[in-house]
Ligand binder design. Sequence first.
Ligand code: BG6
Length: 455
Amino acid sequence: RVAGPCVLVMFGVTGDLARKKLMPAIYDLANRGLLPPGFSFVGFARRDWEDEDFAQVTYRAVKEYARTPFRDAVWQQLSEGVRFVSGSFSDDEAFDQLASCVMRLDEERGTGGNYAFYLSIPPGQFPTVVQQLKRSGLSDPSGGGWRRVVIEKPFGHDLASARELNDILEEVFPADAVFRIDHYLGKETVQNILALRFANEMYEPIWNRGYVDHVQITMAEDIGIGGRAGYYDGIGAARDVIQNHLLQLLALVAMEEPVAFDADSLRMEKEKVLSAVRLPADIAEGTARGQYSAGWQGGRQVHGFLEEDGIPPDSRTETYAALRLGVDTRRWAGVPFYLRAGKRLPRRMTEIALIFQRAPHLPFSATDTEELGQNALVIRIQPDEGITVRFGSKVPGTAMEVRDVNMDFAYGESFTESSPEAYERLLLDVLIGDPPLFPRQAEVELGWRILDPVE
Ligand code: BG6
């Protein structure tokens, strides 16, 4: 799977995501030989930069954040295709320059009129940029080649705004040219949920209400909101990560087997199960929220949420959210799914735990099983990637004492190659035009339908 000739045009190149994730991912793909020689990368921003300045910015980001070792030859080849266009999003002339720039690249580097536009910008600016792409003719593939647009969550802040946003995009780009990034789907451990469930025989018989007591999906972060007050205030943990990342994890755990792993089949199964997700009848009783306060983290004193730069002292935005969902299907009726996410928790950890029912009868004395919990299968998404099975085992000795033990699979021990970053996989899929890992609008809307009633 190697991308064909193309240009990646990026808006929002001065942002954190571009610097820490996207630019390094481009380099890592090039380093793995997955980008064609003529691949070109065009940045668009207000800065008064020349191509060389932007190449320097990219170089520094690569040096600092790339996953794979730095190789001068790879960088040299990549940097030959780096261009920069300076202008604001409302500047018609700048977009006309952008159009000439990519057409020149087609001639000079054989990129064949294939353009991906990556909108790494706040959603409020989508309409202007999308309209500019239309006005300047950049979105029009009639001269040959393909056009794709990539957007990052948040896809709106509720159902109505998500629809508005989508109308704006799909007025200019056909639905199959819109690639929505939920970077959790690009994580190896998340894709492995499909392998675990559908490439094996031993889990399926117990993967249901007959054996599973409840499911816990946890995304704990140790960081605070950093410099993202403007985005985070008024959004909060539930809309920032539960509406998308955690519901996607739920969908992969709870869905039925897709008939194939093509985009339509996979999305259809996810949508089916998401449409069966139900909030508790009493929302207040089935949800919880909190805000982090000042304290210590890693030997360092840290601010509380209300003291963070840019957060009003009376903000009610939650930095921790937990909710209990039901999944009304034959497989899951009556099994609670507990979803929780929060910032500034003691450690960073994302995992999915299927907790099994207790054995119906224990032929041991109560004191022998005092330390025996429920069986569990834990999918460790990050950072300690792997899978743990917890079960009871006899403690060595003369008594029949039974205690929990773990059986572990760790990526680092079973595989020699390290996992690519989510953005490497997703960027490559965009350039190849492979859509299974990108949620379509129906999934986004189902996510908002679930979350909207939660105030
Ligand atoms: C983003 C959220 O989608 O995911 C952030 O907006 C969050 O608030 C981030 O910190 C976490 O990503 P990861 O890959 O580090 O779990």
